[in-house]
Write a protein that binds this ligand. Structure first.
Ligand SMILES: CC(C)(COP(=O)(O)OP(=O)(O)OC[C@H]1O[C@@H](n2cnc3c(N)ncnc32)[C@H](O)[C@@H]1OP(=O)(O)O)[C@@H](O)C(=O)NCCC(=O)NCCS
Length: 327
């Protein structure tokens, strides 16, 4: 195979979007072969993802061509604020290369795209990629990226709740959607504060007011809240709803996918099976609601939530991050 050189890399043209989608389709189908829970590319879903690739192309990016044929592409979003810096994202559907060309093409495409990103002042480069694409992951790691968020899927089969040595003795309630969820604001604020600690260092608004607003948004959106109580005291909760695919799970938009929106157990109550019992309620709710799969996303540096979700879900997509100094 003839080696690609930087001279084979040029700005994308809108007319390449259809070929780019075909390259992306290849990666998507590969991800589906690895994880059967990845939604089928039926006509509707394909049309949705095709539109996403076309929209991404409007921002313009870089393409790799050989003998007039598209071998790879990479397009990044317009700049936005992220963790106090200017960032851009190459979305999950904003890149693909011909199979086997990851090691050769990702560095060339990224170097060309990063040049533009740096000119636009973007110092945080985010990259969404399919977990099944080991070649992409390796190429990104070599370029200085590290994972920050993992998106996972699970089927709606029951969890092995009774198989645990200790089964929690409190009770789980399905919170009414008719009344305010303010009662859970203290727990929700504690959850927001949890992310400040090492090694997450994420600053979320952990005031009671913000927690109330957040819970109210979930309630208004039709999400469901399951709470675990020991006596009258709520010790843990889990919120589940439909996955909209707006900002998370974008490759799942429009599919029959439920999403874990939030989950928290107070430190003293952890590792005694409460999370598992709450998750079982979410699975049963999703199954009864006609959903086909359950989705969750978590910080990869979440030392409590990460292993918990890993126990029950399969990785599907990853988001990786790289910081660069201003040119
Ligand atoms: C995620 C969370 C709700 C799980 O609740 P939990 O009641 O502790 O979970 P369970 O006791 O049912 O754990 C079930 C299994 O998950 C895995 N697991 C859970 N927490 C773990 C941890 N800290 N380290 C390693 N494995 C863990 C274990 O396999 C565990 O089984 P085991 O205890 O028999 O080994 C709880 O850890 C929590 O509140 N974390 C902080 C907030 C958070 O991370 N929320 C999720 C945001 S994405």
């Amino acid at each position: 195979m003839q080696q690609m050189t930087p001279s084979d890399i040029s700005p994308t043209a809108a007319s390449q979007a259809a070929d780019a989608f075909e390259l992306f389709r290849h990666s998507y189908e590969r991800a589906r072969r690895v994880n059967a829970l990845v939604p089928e590319l039926d006509a509707e879903h394909e049309a949705r993802l095709r539109r996403r690739v076309e929209r991404a192309f409007r921002h313009g990016g870089m393409s790799a061509t050989r003998g007039g044929r598209l071998r790879g592409f990479m397009v990044a979003s317009p700049a936005f604020d992220f963790r106090g810096l200017v960032a851009t994202l190459v979305p999950e559907y904003g890149h693909a290369v011909a199979p086997g060309e990851e090691a050769a093409l990702y560095p060339l495409l990224y170097a060309a795209v990063a040049e533009r990103l740096a000119q636009a002042g973007a110092q945080l480069h985010l990259f969404g990629h399919l977990a099944a694409d080991a070649g992409v992951r390796e190429a990104l790691y070599g370029l200085g990226f590290g994972a920050i968020v993992c998106e996972r899927l699970r089927d709606l089969s029951d969890l092995q709740v009774g198989a645990r040595a200790a089964v929690p003795t409190g009770r789980v309630e399905h919170a009414s959607q008719e009344h305010s969820w303010d009662e859970f604001a203290t727990l929700a604020a504690e959850h927001a504060a949890y992310y400040r600690a090492s090694p997450l260092f994420l600053h979320k608004d952990d005031t009671l007011e913000a927690a109330r607003e957040d819970l109210e948004e979930h309630r208004q959106a039709g999400d469901q809240l399951f709470v675990y109580r020991d006596g009258a005291t709520p010790l843990a909760y889990l919120i589940v709803g439909r996955c909209s695919g707006a900002s998370e799970g974008r490759l799942l938009e429009g599919t029959a996918t439920a999403q874990i929106r939030s989950a928290y157990a107070v430190p003293e109550a952890r590792r005694s099976g409460i999370g598992t019992v709450l998750l079982q309620h979410a699975v049963a709710w999703a199954r009864e609601g006609g959903f086909e799969r359950l989705f969750v996303e978590h910080e990869t540096a979440n030392l409590h939530g990460g292993p918990f979700w890993r126990q029950h879900f399969e990785a599907f997509a990853l988001f990786s991050l790289r910081y660069v100094e201003a040119p």
